[in-house]
Design a protein around this ligand. Structure first.
Ligand SMILES: Cc1cc2nc3c(=O)[nH]c(=O)nc-3n(C[C@H](O)[C@H](O)[C@H](O)COP(=O)(O)O)c2cc1C
Length: 389
């Protein structure tokens, strides 16, 4: 299978370029009977949308058109094609990039792999994170389908540059979607905002760490040995542009601990067995334990910065400088949170179908209604009221 598709039973294929007519996704393997509307997709896309404070100024409406696989508001079991038109494209910013590849970007590697004559340099072409619109649209379907098991996915920006945030409960993490910098508490939000403003003034950027939690996941997901859930989550997350690292549970911290510190006691939790502190982040032996899944990923600082950087002029082969113009995220990690949430959801729903937790062909009427109720509650959770704004 070529590199633009992901998943085995719930498969996504994304398409489109930054400055082409549209981006989108084809999602296959969705059981029939799931209620699905444009509003569901728009809701998730709104948290990835550019054109807001502290993120890229590109003013995209990001309206998803469902072209297939849905009839009378229900999925039919056929492939669901979703298209999002690109409406705010300014390619003139990229004339210089055509001859001076940008540091930190895929420009030169794309030229090396596909040939200069085949390279769509406009806005980064296919390597642009505009592609992740398709992932978030597919993520909306995956998140909704996971509600079959009452599994909810949420994410926050745990750290930005040198600033970290205190631990947060699930609701705090879920509500961070309404923070313009994806912070999970007001103090951290103010600090993150200051840092982003500073970066914008300096013509520079910051990286950050996103933390994603899947609450109440099914136990038993993951196929040892190569399709362990940790391996598939790592692939899903590391395929996101600008992601440089992946960890779950104790992650890299575990390497500095003793076994007695890293182990987690097995305890009785009512009728079930569980783990006292969930240090393993919901995964042992590559199989979900039923405890919440906790993954983190690091995003590098945005490569496109105004500060001049060294490159080579492809016309002359001589050293050159480039100061990258255009509309860019001062910290890609902010919008990266919703992309990471989506990739976690897509991976978990694929494995839920593979292990038989979610029926692969058709949802019963009652099951679809329960999902719809949970989804409505999810969409209303944390929504700012007129007084709180
Ligand atoms: C949601 C999102 C938005 C992004 N926006 C920008 C941006 O505005 N400017 C930029 O230089 N990189 C941005 N990136 C990252 C680049 O697409 C990425 O660094 C580049 O394609 C090189 O790929 P690599 O970092 O994975 O090696 C963004 C990434 C994500 C996930």
């Amino acid at each position: 299978m070529p590199g633009n598709s992901f998943g085995k039973l719930f498969t996504i294929t994304t398409f489109g370029e930054s400055h082409g007519p549209a981006v989108g996704v084809v999602v296959d393997g969705v059981p029939a009977g799931l209620r699905l509307s444009q509003e569901d997709l728009e809701f998730e896309l709104s948290f990835r949308k550019p054109g807001r404070l502290y993120v890229s100024g590109r003013r995209e409406k990001d309206i998803p058109e469902i072209l297939s696989g849905v009839y009378n508001g229900r999925t039919t079991g056929s492939p669901i094609a979703i298209v999002v038109r690109n409406t705010d494209v300014i390619s003139s910013f990229y004339e210089e990039v055509r001859v001076k590849p940008r540091p930190g970007h895929a420009d030169l590697p794309f030229i090396m792999r596909y040939g200069y004559e085949n390279w769509d340099y406009r806005g980064g072409g296919r390597s642009s994170a505009r592609e992740t619109v398709g992932r978030v649209a597919a993520g909306a379907i995956a998140k909704k389908l996971l509600m079959f098991h009452d599994t909810w996915i949420a994410g926050r920006l745990k750290s930005l540059g040198p600033l970290d945030s205190p631990p947060a409960d699930f609701l705090g993490i879920l509500c961070s979607k309404y923070s313009p910098v994806r912070a999970s508490d007001p103090d951290t939000e103010a600090k993150f905002q200051e840092l982003v403003k500073q970066a914008t003034v300096e013509g520079d950027s910051y990286g950050g760490v996103a933390e994603i939690v899947a609450r109440n996941p099914p136990a038993g997901l993951g196929e040892p040995v190569f399709d362990k859930i940790k391996a598939d989550l790592a692939k899903a997350i590391l395929s996101i542009p600008a992601v440089t690292g992946f960890e779950y549970g104790l992650g890299f911290q575990a390497s500095r601990m003793k076994g007695s510190e890293a182990n987690d006691s097995i305890v009785r939790k009512g009728e079930k067995l569980g783990w006292r502190e969930n240090k393993a982040g919901g995964i042992l032996g590559g199989i979900t334990t039923g405890e919440d899944i906790v993954v983190r990923c690091s995003f590098k600082p945005t490569s496109s910065i105004r500060k001049p950087q060294g490159t080579v002029d492809l016309r002359t082969g001589e050293p050159a400088e480039i100061s990258v113009l255009g509309r860019h995220d001062p910290a890609v990690a902010i919008r990266g949170v919703s992309v990471a949430e989506s990739m976690v959801a897509i991976t978990l729903v694929d494995h839920s179908l593979r292990s038989g937790v979610i029926p692969p062909v058709k949802l019963e009427e009652r099951q679809a209604e329960v999902i719809e109720d949970r989804w409505r509650r999810y969409m209303e959770e944390c929504r700012p009221t007129a007084e709180s704004q």
